[in-house]
Design a protein around this ligand. Structure first.
Ligand code: KG4
Ligand code: ZN
Length: 334
């Protein structure tokens, strides 16, 4: 199975040998090109530039992945691609290329949901989680708590009312003058920050429910930053306070979601899942409260082709079929 990911600013490709007994086991190769440098000077992703760069990078990456796996196109049994949600032009590049390759080779093509890819990414690791479990999906576009009763059977327990967790990281980083993409830069800076120097509120934890809201937190940071001496240490202290607030909020809601679903396994996925503090805090909470936490390896937290190959392989194996139409869904709920 070839997996193709082009929903945003990462061109990702991977090859997976399908084993029904061990779905996430057979990863043969994966290749990624990040467009970070291309978008950095604009302070965010420029959709048209993203699409054009996917056009440039996709086929060379497919060739690279085939070479690394010692395969030729004739070895492919299917092609999976991200059909949404994401940037429409970027999605269309992946969908058109994937469908064209599949059609030329006479193998099935399947469009998969980007967030299902993220959600299944921990299955690519040793000792993968078995459903039922609760998944915290935290990326640049989403902050969701999902009850996974079985693969393909999802119930959304909570969603964001405004900014996604990654978006909050990125916007907060930007307002303190950090370079794009802000999330990892802010997290790195927070390591030098003094714990507790700035304390921001944990949004929406004092009311019932599992939804998130992070835009107020961003405003609190803006006010603190504007009133500060703007020194490098203060920036690190504010970054630390912000990260503590977000991580605490996510951890509190994860606990509640596990209780609501009666689950003992928690999966963390999506770009913010790469955050060290979040990983450590949840692993500690799990050890204390008797639930187990599963993460994808860092490179499979952010966008990649491997999670798409896996999600597509699972769906094809389950008998899902699609026609030859090239359809993408920029907005698409899980
Ligand atoms: O899953 P992803 O690669 O793309 C989307 O589907 O959105 O997630 C990217 C997001 C960005 O907002 C980025 O700032 C955030 O994940 N991110 C982080 C870290 N690494 C990536 N946020 C906090 N700490 C990190 N270490
Ligand atoms: Zn993503």
């Amino acid at each position: 199975m070839l997996g193709v990911e082009t929903s945003c600013d990462e061109t990702g490709v991977a090859l997976l040998r399908w084993d029904p007994e061990k779905p996430g086991r057979g990863l043969l190769s994966h290749a990624l090109f990040s467009q970070i440098a291309l978008h950095a000077e604009y302070g965010g992703v420029v959709p048209e530039l993203a699409s054009r760069d996917h056009v440039r990078k996709l086929l060379p990456l497919v060739r690279q992945a085939l070479k690394d796996a010692g395969l030729t196109p004739a070895d492919l049994g299917g092609v999976a691609y991200t059909a949404g949600p994401g940037l429409v032009g970027a999605l269309l590049v992946g969908a058109s290329a994937a469908r064209a390759m599949a059609w030329a080779l006479g193998v099935p093509a399947i469009g998969v949901h980007h967030m299902e890819g993220h959600l299944l990414a921990p299955l690519l690791e040793d000792d993968p989680p078995a459903p039922p479990f609760v998944a915290l999906l935290v990326s640049g576009g989403h902050s969701m708590l999902v009850e996974v009763k079985a693969i393909g059977e999802y119930r959304i327990l909570g969603d964001t009312l405004d900014d996604a967790a990654g978006e909050a990281f990125d916007k907060t980083a930007k307002l303190m003058g950090l370079p794009y993409p802000g999330g990892p830069a802010l997290a790195k800076l927070a390591e030098q920050g003094t714990p507790g120097k700035f304390r921001f509120s944990r949004p929406m934890v004092d009311r019932p429910g599992l939804d998130f809201s992070f835009s107020g937190l961003k405003t609190q940071v803006l006010l603190a930053w504007q009133a500060s001496d703007k020194s490098e240490q203060t920036r690190a202290d504010i970054a630390r306070g912000f990260e503590e607030a977000i991580v605490d909020t996510l951890a509190i809601k994860c606990r509640r979601a596990l209780e609501a679903a009666g689950a003992k396994r928690l999966v963390i996925a999506g770009g913010v899942g790469a955050n060290k503090r979040l990983r450590e805090q949840l692993a500690e909470a799990g050890a204390k409260d008797g639930f187990r936490v599963y993460f994808p390896r860092l490179q499979f937290c952010t966008d990649n082709g491997a999670m798409i190959a896996l999600a597509g392989a699972i769906r094809l194996a389950a008998g899902q079929q699609q026609g030859d139409t090239i359809d993408v869904f920029p907005r698409w709920s899980l």
